[in-house]
Design a protein around this ligand. Structure first.
Ligand SMILES: [Zn+2]
Length: 153
């Protein structure tokens, strides 16, 4: 799978990462399907509640509100514009999912209430003011693999 990131969202992300310092922050990824396994992330929500230096906790109320706002804006055309996944930062660690991160993604996609066919976890970090990012795909059948990230030109 390939994910294209919007440059303007990356600017907001970098600003938020600078502000958060050594606290983990995160949010959700929403976007548009371009081809069967090619997506463009057009919206990265940024959760108001920050985490600790080693954990990020999803605020479900804000997640639901942010999702509703995205679906309203894209007029509920779910087959084109949809939820892509989650992101959070690792200011003090490599951009690799921790054991807890992997388990929470597995729990998310295997939840009977999960409506999608996959979810991506993207992990980001600022190192010397340069953004580093990695992303992984999870699906309900246990399929997991690396996601290729690119910036939308
Ligand atoms: Zn993590």
């Amino acid at each position: 799978m390939q994910l294209k990131l919007s440059p303007s969202e990356l600017v907001s992300l970098t600003t938020a990462l600078k502000r958060a310092g050594d606290k983990e922050i995160g949010g959700q990824l929403f976007g548009e399907q371009i081809e069967p396994s090619h997506f463009r992330v057009s919206t990265m929500t940024i959760q108001t509640k920050v985490g600790t230096f080693s954990r990020f906790f999803v605020d479900l109320l804000q997640a639901v509100r942010d999702a509703a706002r995205f679906f309203d804006r894209t007029r509920h055309q779910y087959n084109r514009y949809n939820y892509i996944g989650e992101w959070h930062s690792h200011p003090s660690f490599e951009v690799l999912p921790s054991g807890v991160d992997i388990q929470s993604m597995r729990d998310l996609v295997r939840d009977p209430d999960f409506k999608g066919s996959f979810a991506v976890l993207m992990i980001v970090r600022l190192r010397a003011d340069k953004l580093e990012a990695g992303a992984w795909l999870f699906d309900p059948r246990g399929f997991e693999r690396n996601v290729k990230l690119e910036t939308d030109a």
